[in-house]
Design a protein around this ligand. Structure first.
Ligand code: 5GP
Ligand code: ZN
Length: 114
């Protein structure tokens, strides 16, 4: 079998990280290189590389990423304005190929994004 990806290793606690939420399906941890005062990475434990690799039966699991994001936004007191981002493929800035939702907050955001 090929080498586990970095986010699978974080989920399995083979690499240390600052985990802020976990349940049997989802793990959330602080980004190592935060782009905002709150920058949390939310992942499914299931290794799905990209949005493009999603299958119909992943719909409920992916929905849970957003439910966790909503709860964390409340817990971190950033509900007045936060951004949820999923980069898909290197052209959009994806650098880790295990699907993840960025939760960013605690500062002003501009539009269009960079
Ligand atoms: P992407 O660029 O793929 O959308 O996002 C990957 C994110 O994962 C980046 O924001 C990057 O800082 C974060 N990241 C990469 N490696 C690690 C790591 O080992 N630990 C943590 N906590 N975050 C990581
Ligand atoms: Zn993985």
């Amino acid at each position: 079998m090929s080498e586990k990806c970095i986010f699978c290793k974080i989920a399995d606690k083979e690499i240390s990280s600052s985990i802020v939420y976990e349940d049997p399906e989802i793990v959330a941890f602080n980004d190592i290189n935060p782009q905002a005062p709150v920058h949390i990475i939310i992942i499914p434990r299931k290794h799905i590389p990209r949005v493009m690799d999603l299958e119909e039966n992943d719909a409920a699991l992916i929905g849970k990423l957003f439910i966790v994001a909503k709860k964390l936004a409340k817990e971190k007191e950033i509900e007045d304005g936060y951004r949820l981002v999923i980069n898909c493929n290197p052209g959009a800035g994806q650098s880790v190929f295990h699907i993840h939702l960025h939760l960013l907050g605690g500062r002003k955001f501009t539009w269009p994004p960079g």
